[in-house]
Design a protein around this ligand. Sequence first.
Ligand code: FES
Ligand code: FE2
Length: 402
Amino acid sequence: MLDGASEDYGHAEPENVLDPRHFAAVRARGKSLRALPLWCYTSERFFEAEMQRLFMPGWNLFDRLDIVPNRGDFHATTFMKVPIVVARGNDDKVRAFANTCRHRGALIAKGDGNCKAFRCPYHSWTYTLEGKLMGTPNYNDLDGKPVIDASNRHEYGLIELPSESWGGFLFIKFKKSPGTLAEHLGDLPERLESHRLEDMICARRVVYEMDANWKCFVENYNDIYHIPTVHKDSLARWQGTTIEEAPPTGEYFCAFVAHEGGSQLLLPLPGYDGFPPMPQIREERKKGTYFVSLHPAMMMTLGNDGALVFRSEPISAKKSRLTVSSLFPKSTVERNDFEQIAQNYYRRNSLVVQEDVDISLRQYAGLMSPFARIARLNSSETLLNEIANWILDRVIGPRPTA
Ligand code: FES
Ligand SMILES: [Fe+2]
């Protein structure tokens, strides 16, 4: 055992944060399960390794495809500190680009809008919605000849990021790397087929700027142990039974919890009337709620009437951004009483999600103490060890097989 870090499991950040010996207790599994050492939640060097080895080359939930519903629509934002613009091209395909002009780097787009082409506001270079460079006004060499012409124009298009979609969600990578989105998802699309996520509309999006490492909320979502305490007057009111399912073949955890009446997207309390179950949903799926945690940072609570989607976005070791989206079937959103009934779902979210946000922030505030030490995991926290190992498989490499 190394001095310090492994023994007290505290903050002492080791010199080499990638030395596998620091993680021996996490890797060991067996009866005594551990989450990651505390410095993995505060170390900028460990965070940087997560960015480079896990987030940049992996599939990350970006947003819904309907953020750009029509040809020519664009949406510019910053995701994981990188300026990105997504655009729906004239071929109806949604592409994600690095939002940086190939001349001198200016953002080529800001906010949301619709255009026929992007024109950089600095020196008027223009790009098609598909990212091709079109015009470079008066960009001539010292001898008066164009620097960019038909022979090299293709080298100066916007930088396109690998992207793929499923269920109406757009996923992106920041680097080319092996592995398709289908491989990442495994059998998840099959399991959720009857929820028809692709026919859903995001009716509301709430963003929380978190003074906490991105893993805190992901772990909170996968920790069943906190429910009777943190949600004692809300979620804990549901009486549910977890139904055994075949293990996933993709990079995710899932659990189907059967429960009586209504939807877990609401609460079993007076005043929480909801929408009827979706007509196409499989009979057995009508009777409960599906919980999905897709690595590294997308989580979904799927009722028989819609879905609540969470994305924990890493910003730095000590900051993250949580985006919570309420999805409903298009046919539900078109109901005359949609806005009125949807308020019950939003009220439930502002209560339950706030409980999780508050406790995650409170945990992180305490975890920052130099005296913080963490205990072993109990039998309802086992997924935290699975998460830790999934992260380590990417950050320090696969666990050696015995
Ligand atoms: S920086 Fe975009 S045209 Fe110059
Ligand atoms: Fe919770």
